[in-house]
Design a binder for this molecule. Structure first.
Ligand SMILES: C[S@@+](CC[C@H](N)C(=O)[O-])C[C@H]1O[C@@H](n2cnc3c(N)ncnc32)[C@H](O)[C@@H]1O
Length: 297
């Protein structure tokens, strides 16, 4: 297995030896992309992670949710049963960064006022005047410098990232604020305030099939033509070409005619693809969110 897949399988974001962890208390992927991409009533493969996407899809689709980290999978299962969940490792890293917000002028009251706005033009004005401060820009550049990230994340999870990541991430945030109303954007609240969306499970969550497996390995064993849609999170970030080709071959084999795929990446490599819907994703973090027919992988 490729190094990044092994890393997820070990259930840790860092390179240390230790027990597997719940890495994501919530997902930072806007499932409205998937709801738009997949035909209602169809059968969908998704990555389980914290279970958010599976729960959003479940009222409209038959959902199979797969994860290679058994601890993360058990967490998703508890959420499907109504458990509110808790902060995972990723949220705790973000909490640490947010703790220093007031030093950059990011007082909670100021951030809350920003998140209450629902006119993108007003949002941009407020952003430029109160939040996009010199101190914020300097702090973000420092936080996202690859040297700082290397102290928290395993190198394999970072190598594909764009250079000058602070500038790139600020650009992605602004892309979101100038397009989507903050007030109705749960991802803006979770990113800027650290609030976990309540996301109660729909009744159909009990029908989600959860599987502990590697995505490619699982799909290779499923019946040919048995899925109408695939949402692959960003599991190809940091993997080698051989794994990517293996996963794409498995997806194509398991895909029914006309099946659609959604694939995210933090990287910028596919940013200019016509299939890139990253600007529509209110989670705002992504370099690319490729929505493509499985046949075109
Ligand atoms: C790729 S991570 C990224 C987090 C995600 N963007 C989110 O917002 O939740 C999501 C999940 O994918 C799982 N994962 C990574 N590679 C996988 C693979 N090859 N097969 C199955 N699950 C995988 C991880 O264990 C993790 O729970």
């Amino acid at each position: 297995m490729t190094a990044a897949v092994t890393l997820w399988e070990r259930g840790r974001l860092d390179a240390r030896v230790g027990p597997r962890q719940v890495l994501f208390g919530r997902m930072y992927e806007d499932a409205s992309i998937e709801l738009d991409a997949f035909q209602p009533g169809s059968r969908i493969f998704c990555i389980a992670s914290a279970g958010c996407t599976a729960m959003k899809l479940a009222p409209h689709h038959e959902v199979v949710a797969v994860d290679i980290n058994p601890v993360q999978l058990a967490y998703a299962e508890r959420r499907f049963d109504g458990d509110l969940g808790f902060r995972g490792k990723a949220e705790r890293v973000m909490d640490f960064a947010r703790f220093f917000g007031p030093l950059a002028g990011w007082w909670p009251s100021r951030v809350r006022a920003f998140l209450h706005l629902d006119d993108p033009a007003e949002q941009m004005e407020y952003w430029q005047r109160h939040l996009n401060t010199w101190r914020f820009r300097t702090a973000l550049d420092g936080l996202f410098s690859l040297i700082a990230l290397r102290s928290v994340y395993a190198p394999r999870l970072l190598d594909f990232l764009p250079k000058r990541l602070g500038v790139v991430m600020r650009g992605r945030m602004e892309r979101c604020f100038e397009r989507h109303p903050n007030r109705s954007n749960p991802y803006a609240r979770s990113l800027l305030l650290g609030e976990l969306a309540p996301d109660p499970p729909p009744p159909e969550a009990k029908d989600i099939r959860l599987v502990h497996a590697d995505a490619a390995e699982f799909l290779e064993q499923e019946a040919p033509g048995s899925f109408d849609g695939f949402t692959l999170s960003n599991i190809l970030d940091g993997v080698d070409d051989a794994y990517e080709q293996r996963l794409f071959a498995a997806v194509k084999r398991a895909a029914a005619p006309g099946a659609a795929t959604v694939l995210r990446s933090f990287g910028d490599t596919n940013a200019s693809s016509p299939a890139n819907r990253a600007a529509d994703d209110r989670a705002m973090l992504w370099g690319s969110v490729l929505v493509r027919p499985a046949a075109e992988l």
